[in-house]
Design a protein around this ligand. Structure first.
Ligand SMILES: [Zn+2]
Length: 410
C-alpha cells in the first residue's frame, strides 16, 4: 500500500465551495482516502509527502470534447503522411494533454479502442479516455469529406478495423451505424446534428438528421448500459431536434436561442461550449492551412457563439468544459477556462465546469471530478491561486504535479 500526502497548498475540491486553507489530501494506492484539515489526519510516517509549496491542489481536469488522433494540418502534409504515423503522433498528444493537467477526456471522434487499451495498460501515458469511435453523419454533412472536385478528403481516415465510417441516412441505416459504433467500443455516441465550420459543403446553421433519426440513436445507445449521445449542434433547429430526441450534451451550441435554452433546462441537457475552437482556428489559420471557407465561417459565427454561451450560462444551463482539442494544439486545453471567464463565469464556476460538471457529463461522477474520499486519485497541483488569475492555467508551466489513478505522471 502506497500512501501519498499532499500538503502546503490551498485545496479547491471541485464542488464550488470555499477553498480550504491548511487542508491536506491523502491517497492510498489509486484512491483518495482523506481530504480535510491537516489536524484531522494522523500521519503514519509511511506517506510520500508532496509539497504544494503554497500553490493550489485541485482535482484532475476533464475535457469533454477532444480529438486525440488529430491535430489540424495542411492538406498537402496530410496526404504525405503514412497512415500509421497518426498513432505515434497521438502518443505525444496524449502525454501533452496529461501534462497540461487533464486526467480524463471524452473523445468526440477518431480514436479507436486500441489507443484506450494502450493507455489503460500503461504502454503509453495519457488521460483516461471515454470513446465515441466515429461520429454519425449524413451524406453531405459535417463529417462527409466529399469535395466538389469529386475527391473525398476526410479530416481523419475511417473504414479501417476498429474505426467504421460514420456515414448513414435514414432510420434503419442510423440504427445499424449506432450498433456498429457500440460494437467497436463506443462508450458515447457522437452525432453531427448540424453543419459546421470546418466542413467543405455545409454551414453551421444547416440541420442534419431528422428528429426520428436522432431518436433512434438515443434509443439504441440507451439499450447498452445507459450509453449517452453527444451532438455536434450549432444551428438552432439542429440543437432543438437534438434536445427533443433526448441527446445528453450539445457541443458548440453557436446559435442557441431562447427556446433551445428552455428545452435544455427542462431536459437537463449539458452544454459543452468549445470557446477555444474558433479562437484557435483564426489564430492558427495560416500555419495549419485552414481552408478559406472555414476561416470565413469562423469569422461569421465567433461573436454569436460567445453571445449564445453567455446567455445559456446566465439562464442556468449546465456547462461542462470542452475544447475541441485537435482543432487546436493538444495541451492548450486549460485556455478554455479563461474564455469561459470572459463570457461572465466566475473563476470558481469555470473550475467546477472543468471538474465536477464535466465528470457528470461523462457519467463518471462517482469516480472522478472532485477531491473526495473514495474517488480515484486524480490530482493536480498548480502554481499560485487560479481564483486570482484563471488565465494562469493556460500556461503549462503553472502545472506542477499531475497524479492520475494514484500514479504521479508529472
Ligand atoms: Zn470536435
Amino acid at each position: 500500500m502506497t500512501k501519498t500526502l499532499f500538503k502546503n497548498g490551498l485545496v479547491i475540491d471541485g464542488n464550488g465551495g470555499q477553498p480550504l486553507n491548511d487542508a491536506v489530501v491523502v491517497t492510498e494506492d489509486n484512491r483518495i482516502v482523506y481530504v480535510g484539515p491537516e489536524t484531522g489526519y494522523t500521519q503514519t510516517g509511511n506517506e510520500t509527502v508532496v509539497d504544494a509549496k503554497g500553490g493550489t491542489i485541485l482535482p484532475g481536469f476533464i475535457d469533454a470534447h477532444v480529438h486525440m488522433m488529430m491535430e489540424f494540418s495542411p492538406v498537402s502534409e496530410r496526404l504525405a503522411t503514412p497512415f500509421s504515423f497518426m498513432y505515434y503522433q497521438a502518443e505525444k498528444y496524449l502525454e501533452r494533454t496529461l501534462h497540461a493537467g487533464i486526467t480524463s477526456v471524452r473523445d468526440a471522434l477518431g480514436t479507436d479502442l486500441g489507443v484506450k487499451k494502450a493507455v489503460e495498460d500503461g504502454l503509453i501515458s495519457g488521460p483516461r479516455l471515454q470513446l465515441s469511435i466515429n461520429a454519425l453523419t449524413i451524406t453531405g454533412g459535417h463529417g462527409d469529406g466529399y469535395t466538389v472536385s469529386g475527391n473525398t478528403l476526410d479530416l481523419l481516415p475511417s473504414g479501417y478495423p476498429g474505426m467504421p465510417s460514420g456515414k448513414c441516412d435514414g432510420v434503419e441505416e442510423v440504427r445499424k451505424k449506432t450498433r456498429e459504433m457500440l460494437r467497436a467500443g463506443a462508450e458515447v455516441i457522437k452525432v453531427h446534428a448540424t453543419g459546421g465550420v470546418l466542413s467543405a459543403t455545409d454551414h453551421p446553421e444547416f440541420t442534419q438528421f431528422s428528429l426520428e433519426e436522432l431518436k433512434v440513436m438515443v434509443e439504441e445507445a440507451r439499450f447498452r448500459k445507459g450509453v449517452k449521445v453527444m451532438a455536434h449542434a450549432q444551428g438552432a433547429e439542429g440543437i432543438k431536434n437534438a434536445v427533443k430526441a433526448g441527446i445528453h450534451s450539445i457541443e458548440h451550441g453557436i446559435f442557441i436561442d431562447d427556446e433551445a435554452i428552455e428545452l435544455m433546462l427542462e431536459n437537463g441537457t449539458y452544454l459543452v461550449p468549445t470557446l477555444l475552437a474558433p479562437v484557435a482556428v483564426l489564430e492558427t489559420a495560416k500555419e495549419t492551412g485552414m481552408p478559406d471557407t472555414a476561416v470565413e465561417k469562423t469569422k461569421e459565427v465567433i461573436e454569436q457563439h460567445q453571445t449564445s454561451i453567455a446567455k445559456a450560462y446566465k439562464a442556468g444551463v449546465k456547462i461542462a468544459m470542452g475544447t475541441d482539442a485537435g482543432v487546436m494544439k493538444h495541451g492548450t486545453n486549460l485556455r478554455e477556462l479563461g474564455l469561459m471567464a470572459d463570457i461572465g463565469m466566475t473563476p470558481m464556476e469555470t473550475i467546477v465546469a472543468s471538474t465536477k460538471t464535466a465528470a457528470e457529463c461523462l457519467g463518471w461522477e462517482n469516480q472522478v471530478g472532485t477531491l473526495e474520499a473514495g474517488k480515484l486519485a486524480d490530482i493536480v497541483i498548480v502554481k499560485g491561486n487560479p481564483l486570482e488569475d484563471i488565465y494562469s492555467l493556460a500556461d503549462n508551466n503553472t502545472i506542477q504535479v499531475v497524479m492520475k489513478d494514484g500514479k504521479v505522471e508529472l
